[in-house]
Ligand binder design. Structure first.
Ligand SMILES: [Ca+2]
Length: 677
């Protein structure tokens, strides 16, 4: 063999080895700096590619679809995806007939969306087009600027979607002030409020403002209008009136007339309007795709939709200013999630977390972990459904309503720091678990629920209307002004190794509502059970086979053991309820708890280094281990620290409606005007 031939073989071998190696470890970085280049890179991406978005704002006029990809990373380098368009400041003009400082913008060039009813039952769908000043969502003009007005003068209840089913037309309320009579375009106005009950606020158009100082709603509301004397959650405001653009950051939108009136915050440099209704990014049938270090903002719908994917995630992303949610993960996705993301200023909650199969008992293993979720309007932070999904190590705060709505089975909520939530809602819970005993097998552990001090009746954990079959352990409940736990008629609930502390009220409230006023829930329960009941379900939950034998309305098999009640007024609420007398005991069998034992109630520090800050940790030998040997101390290092809530008031108003100013709620109810109720 000649030297040349040997050399040729050697080179060929080296090339082959290099090619093989490159196939095995293929890793290609594709740098893009325009929307067009981004779409092309996504279309052509193959396994191992990292698409790097150079710094800048990428304004998407349609969604970016990532379909059927595997092993691809899309990474930002200071890049931001936006669903909005810019409104040049030089196009703004002083608005005619309005106060100095109110500007007008012509929106004829913009594909804007009109204001729509919001609040339950209008929970889904994109928001209207919102204005953003330097990236911060502005808010529809409010009247009054101060605290909302009490709903104390209902002229006509009107019909409701849910009840009252009788009645006629839309609701009419009366007001005492003169100001609304000065409005030239009352038809642009929207009425926000809690019109009958406190668990839902609504946004409904105004049909007419009468000279007799009445406002007629322009659509059905959930329950019609009704005055419940003394209930402070019943309050209202008018939004979107041009004359009420009185504060910096307010605007009024006339979508039909294609114009807006606004007051810019001082030194605003960039004005945008959200226009895109589709998700900014839609991931379909992907596996092992990662979106990292991207900012997403200024859109009417969702930021990211994950559908039919596996092992696909968002990490280190910042998503804010969405009209709907930050991310949705559908029921066909497996092992997908969000990690280390910050989600805030969201119009309808942060994450819709589905996954798993409740009929065939297949886990979804989708997750939200180590995320910071705040400034939420109307809708819940994370809605869990399906089977076998997880929320771990997240912080939730500054939210109008619940942090977590836990539906489905075998879910896990662990090591979360939940505070300053349910700021604007009544009869609800930071974690709400409701209304279906077939939703079983979930675990709530190692969380820190604290500083929920509101004038309304809310819980940290609310097991509502006969829901049950959860295990709750290793949690700390502190500084909550109404009983942090409510078990509303359910069974098979186990609380152990929890610490309740610094409560000016009872820690736990229980009832047997299915035996009295909630008896109709049993029928609804059976319908819900039928949807999942089958061989796999029965094999997975063998105890459920006998659930409806005996008296299913009677709470049964609920257990409270090894819990610490430290500086708590009462462990259990003492009330006389129906034919039951509740007591404050922590041992025995009462209060619809089948077994209470080994609980302690004390005013002595059970072992915190700093009882005002449980996250500072436990002493080397916490005394509670002497009183309750083997007590499961929560792993406080897994709980994120508490963020400051100052300068981070929850989204003051958003696509989903408005926000109450809890701090401004007057202790004094207005005197009824004496009009027809
Ligand atoms: Ca105003």
């Amino acid at each position: 063999m000649g030297i040349k031939l040997k050399a040729l073989i050697l080179i060929t071998c080296i090339l082959a080895a290099t090619l093989l190696a490159s196939q095995e470890t293929h890793a290609r970085a594709i740098h893009v700096k325009s929307e067009k280049a981004l779409r092309r890179a996504v279309t052509n991406a193959v396994q191992g590619d990292t698409i790097v978005l150079r710094k800048g704002i990428y304004r998407l006029r349609r969604q970016l679809v990532v379909e059927g990809k595997s092993g691809v990373v899309i990474k930002g380098e200071g890049a931001c995806l936006s669903g909005g368009m810019r409104i040049p400041l030089w196009r703004l003009r002083q608005a005619k007939g309005l106060d100095k400082g109110v500007l007008r913008a012509n929106l004829k060039r913009y594909p804007i969306g009109e204001i729509c009813p919001k609040g339950d039952p209008h929970l889904t769908g994109p928001s209207w087009s919102e204005l953003f000043a330097d990236g911060v969502p502005m808010r529809l003009s409010e009247w009054p600027d101060e605290a909302p007005l009490p709903l104390d003068s209902v002229v006509t209840p009107g019909r409701g979607y849910i009840r009252p089913p009788e009645g006629d037309g839309f609701g009419v309320i009366a007001f005492r002030e003169d100001r609304p009579l000065e409005w030239k375009h009352p038809e642009l106005g929207w009425l926000w409020g809690c019109f009958r009950f406190g668990w839902t606020s609504e946004l409904t158009p105004i049909k007419r403002i009468g000279r007799d100082k009445t406002i007629e709603a322009g659509s059905l509301t959930n329950y019609g209008f009704g005055h419940n004397p003394g209930e402070r959650f019943q309050r209202w405001k008018v939004l979107n009136i041009p004359e009420e653009v009185t504060l910096p950051g307010e605007y009024s939108l006339d979508a039909d007339g294609k114009k807006t009136w606004l007051r810019l915050p001082n030194d605003t440099k960039r004005l945008e309007i959200s226009v895109l209704t589709q998700p900014l990014v839609r991931l379909v049938n992907c596996s092992n795709v990662v979106i990292s270090e991207l900012e997403m903002t200024c859109s009417r719908g969702d930021a990211v939709s994950i559908s039919g994917c596996s092992d696909t995630r968002l990490e280190d992303c910042v998503i804010h200013g969405m009209g709907h949610v930050a991310a949705s993960i559908d029921g066909k996705s497996r092992s997908c999630g969000l990690a280390c993301c910050e989600l805030y200023d969201l119009g309808a909650g942060a994450v819709e977390l589905a996954g798993g199969d409740r009929v065939n008992i297949v886990r979804g293993d989708n997750y939200v972990e180590n995320c910071r979720i705040h400034k939420m309007q109307y809708r819940v932070g994370v809605v869990m459904s399906g089977l076998g999904n997880r929320i771990s190590g997240c912080e939730f705060y500054n939210s109008a309503t619940m942090a977590i709505l836990m539906l489905g089975n075998d879910q896990t909520v662990e090591y979360c720091n939940v505070h300053h939530v349910c700021l604007d809602i009544e009869d609800n819970g930071a974690l709400y678990h409701g209304r279906n005993p077939a939703q079983r097998g979930s675990v709530i552990r190692g969380n820190y629920f604290h500083d929920i001090e509101v004038p309304f009746n809310v819980r940290a954990l609310y097991h509502d209307d006969g829901s049950g079959a959860v295990e709750v352990y290793g949690n700390i409940f502190q500084n909550i002004t109404s009983p942090p736990v409510q078990i509303g008629g359910g069974s098979d609930i186990r609380y152990h190794d929890n610490i309740f502390m610094d409560l000016p009220c009872a820690a736990v409230k229980t009832d047997g509502r299915l035996k009295t006023w909630g008896a109709d829930r049993l029928i609804a329960h059976r319908d819900s059970v039928a949807l999942v009941d089958g061989p796999a379900f029965r094999a997975h939950y063998p105890e459920f086979a006998s659930y409806y034998e005996g008296d299913p309305a009677e709470p049964q098999r609920n257990v409270f053991t090894r819990n610490v009640f430290y500086k708590v007024k009462w462990a259990f609420e003492k009330v006389i309820w129906s034919d039951h007398i509740f007591n404050n005991d922590i041992e025995g069998k009462a209060n619809f708890i089948s077994m209470m034992c080994d609980n302690i109630k004390t005013d002595e520090n059970p072992g915190f280094l700093d009882p005002t800050n449980p996250l500072a940790g436990f002493t080397a030998n916490p005394s509670l281990l002497d009183t309750i040997p083997g007590f499961i101390l929560p792993d406080l290092s897994r709980i994120p620290p508490t963020s400051s809530v100052s300068n981070d008031a929850y989204r003051p108003q958003s696509a989903a409606g408005f926000t109450g100013q809890i701090a401004g709620v007057s202790d004094e109810l207005h005197t009824p005007a004496g009009r027809a109720q």
